[in-house]
Design a binder for this molecule. Structure first.
Ligand SMILES: Nc1nc2c(ncn2[C@@H]2O[C@H](COP(=O)(O)OP(=O)(O)OP(=O)(O)O)[C@@H](O)[C@H]2O)c(=O)[nH]1
Ligand SMILES: [Mg+2]
Length: 271
């Protein structure tokens, strides 16, 4: 891993340009209290921790129905397209404001495109009880946000980051997890142990068990799992299996995908 493309997005005034300048240790992108200050995409590459990081600062993203300017519509389109070309997205939110539907929509786009997502609560210096705030957010996400294990939560004050390297180390770790290849024997040992100790959810009164599993060649952890059923598995089964897999192989903070392959005839063994 030599290069990491790192995109900063979020609503206007969430602190993107401030964060961008802190990452670059240089005032490259004008920042200030006026909402909508950044009008174009800024880009800069620097070597940190032996990796070429290319940071992108972007104009604040607003809801479609609030945009009536052609230039803003065009740049919003460009920012969303940029997601395809990058490795990591830092989605900044102002800790003093509630998470909006717009924020969640951006998160959804990033997750769908199988990119690493950090949901970043910025301006944490303005919060009274920081520990309570962090715990509340962590609890909320684990309880109420189904892709919680796909994303990374981060709390910062872009104005005064103690250690940029510490944040970038987390990014590098997530990139490494995303690039992991788990051998077929390891995956099938996992299945063997599961079958010994685990009850599986039933579909039409039949316990649906995995029979064989492989990782694909994709650039993120994606698995094919052959099961003893001819029925399509429901979301709840996917989540159940995904949690076991993430736990076993420490696949946290990265997108993964499970493709269940149903047997045409469940009584015939798949190889
Ligand atoms: N207290 C505090 N203020 C911050 C922090 N980060 C940014 N700000 C302030 O928030 C305001 C907006 O910061 P910007 O970095 O310009 O925000 P932006 O997201 O780039 O805004 P747009 O370009 O308009 O989308 C500025 O007045 C910053 O000084 C922070 O961590 N703490
Ligand atoms: Mg800005």
């Amino acid at each position: 891993m030599e290069n990491i493309n790192f995109l900063i997005v979020g609503k206007p005034n969430s602190g993107k340009s401030t964060f961008y300048n802190t990452l670059n240790s240089k005032y490259l992108s004008p920042a200030g209290p006026v909402s909508g200050l950044t009008k174009s995409i800024f880009e800069n590459t620097i070597k940190i921790l032996d990796i070429n990081f290319t940071f992108f600062d972007t104009p604040g993203l607003r809801r479609k129905n609030k945009i009536n300017d052609k230039d803003e519509a065009k740049i919003t389109f460009e920012v969303i397209n940029l997601i395809d070309k990058i490795d990591v997205v830092f989605l900044l939110v102002d800790s003093n404001e509630n998470l909006t539907k717009q924020d969640l929509k951006i998160a959804e786009i990033v997750i769908k495109r199988k990119k690493i997502l950090f949901l970043v609560f910025n301006k944490i210096d303005l919060i009274d009880d920081i520990d309570k705030f962090k715990n509340d957010k962590k609890y909320y996400f684990l309880e109420s946000y189904s892709p919680a294990h796909t994303i990374n939560l981060q709390f910062i004050s872009a104005l005064s980051i103690e250690s940029v390297e510490q944040i970038l180390k987390k990014v590098i770790r997530a990139c490494k997890i995303k690039a992991r290849k788990i051998s077929t024997p390891k995956l099938n040992n996992f299945i063997r142990d599961l079958l010994k100790n685990q009850k599986f959810p039933k579909i039409n009164k039949i316990e649906v068990k995995p029979k064989y599993m492989v990782q694909t060649d994709d650039d993120y952890p994606r698995f094919k799992i052959f099961i003893n059923s001819s029925k399509k598995v429901p979301q709840s089964y996917k989540r159940f299996y995904e949690n076991l897999l993430r736990k076993q192989f420490s696949l946290l903070g990265v997108p993964i995908q499970l493709d269940f392959i149903v047997s045409k005839n469940p009584y015939v063994k798949n190889k």
